[in-house]
Design a protein. Structure first.
Length: 391
């Protein structure tokens, strides 16, 4: 049995300019996920750690950051676990590549005469790890945008002989209309034609897997979300390749290493008495590792006044991120209507007739207009009843 741990898209050293003061903390979360990946590799006693591109967020990194990464890989060297890395699209193998600037393998304690750390490059497209009975191969380009598919000419070769053949690619699987502008694109037909036992993919930040021909392929996703909307990230893949009675099997298990968690919460607006009450409900769920998406639904009472951005500002620091969306609808008039001869009666009847007509129309723009008129009706009723309304 061959046991692999597959990760990609760690994006160490990301600037996170959009996060302001929280950028440094997010960089530490990403490094913590990488450290947790190394911890897992050692605990599971895997044979190889595969890093399928974008270990670094860019080729511009200070030496101290590279040395910090090398110190983690050195722990794998000490445990005799091999590491194979390919450049991605962020840390691509161009003239300024971080893998040209720094000897990452040497910094991690790997010697020229061992195979404990391998960086695959245009001049080193494969490595035969004889102790693991596997050949790991990739097509690496010297530019961010690939001149052609990295799988175009990649095939399992008879020599060197090995029980297992593993490929690595940092790119997108072709989806018409969606991946046309990506720097590196491969097709499922190309994957099937390689004859590989397993293809370790990077570039997509959510874990997913599939099969093309006899080749099993998978994206590990980012071990820690690079952005707070990537709810499919946070994992690495534990791969077991086995052969029994000349039948090969590939088993994939997702393992969580990231700290960020995601949750969605739907609240019926009819059960919320005030903005202060809503703030109290959400504060009870406070968690600095949680990205919380809150949606108010249902029909809200006239007296409920909620401003989502104010709540989001008040909850900063209680969550990694919280988003409040008001999808509730203002109530229609209940009880006995005022006489149609009065201003209030005429207003209510006219607006509710318009709302009814729009709600019978299934078009999205009509539904949106109906929701706006419900708010018009609610505010108009309050004004006509003598209440002060602040917009």
């Amino acid at each position: 049995m061959l046991r692999l741990l597959h990760t990609a898209d760690v994006h160490l050293g990301a600037r996170h300019d959009d996060l302001g003061d929280a950028a440094a903390a997010q960089r530490e979360r990403q490094f913590a996920a990488f450290k947790a990946t190394v911890d897992l590799a050692i605990a599971e006693k895997v044979d190889i750690l595969l890093i399928a591109g974008d270990l670094f967020d860019s080729n511009t990194q200070p030496r101290r950051s590279v040395e910090r990464v090398a110190a983690e890989i050195k722990r794998l060297v000490g445990a005799h676990i091999r590491t194979v890395i390919i450049p991605g699209t962020h840390d691509c193998y161009d003239r300024s590549s971080i893998y040209r600037t720094y000897d990452l393998a040497g910094l991690a304690g790997s010697k020229p005469d061992d195979d404990l750390v391998t960086i695959l490059t245009p001049s080193v497209p494969s490595v035969h790890l004889a102790a693991c009975d596997v050949v790991v191969q990739a097509t690496v380009f010297g530019t961010k945008r690939a001149p052609h598919s990295p799988l175009r000419d990649l095939r399992v070769a008879a020599e060197p002989a090995a029980a297992w053949h593993v490929g690595m690619v940092h790119g997108a699987i072709a989806i018409p209309g969606r991946t046309d502008g990506d720097e590196v694109v491969v097709t499922k037909d190309e994957i099937a034609a390689t004859g590989l036992d397993y293809l370790a993919l990077g570039h997509w930040h959510s874990a997913q897997q599939g099969r093309a021909g006899e080749t099993t392929y998978a994206y590990s996703g980012a071990p820690e979300p690079v952005a707070v909307n990537q709810d499919g990230a946070g994992k690495v893949l534990l791969i077991e390749l086995d052969s029994v009675a000349h039948t090969k099997t590939v088993k994939i298990a997702e393992r969580r290493v990231g700290r960020t968690r995601f949750d969605k919460l739907d609240l019926d607006a009819a059960t919320i008495g005030s903005q202060a009450e809503l703030l109290s409900v959400l504060s009870a769920r406070a968690d600095p590792d949680l990205v919380l998406d809150v949606r108010l639904t249902g029909v809200r009472p006239d007296e409920l006044d909620v401003e989502p951005t104010e709540i989001e500002d008040q909850l900063k620091g209680s969550f990694l991120r919280v988003r409040i969306r008001d999808a509730s609808k203002a109530a229609l008039t209940g009880g006995t209507l005022p006489s149609p001869d009065t201003i209030a009666g005429a207003f209510i009847r006219d607006v509710e007739a318009l709302i009814a007509g729009l709600e019978r129309d299934a078009r999205a723009e009509s539904v949106a207009e109906a929701d706006e008129l419900r708010d018009v009706l609610r505010l108009g009723r309050l004004l006509l009843a003598g209440h002060e309304v602040t917009l």
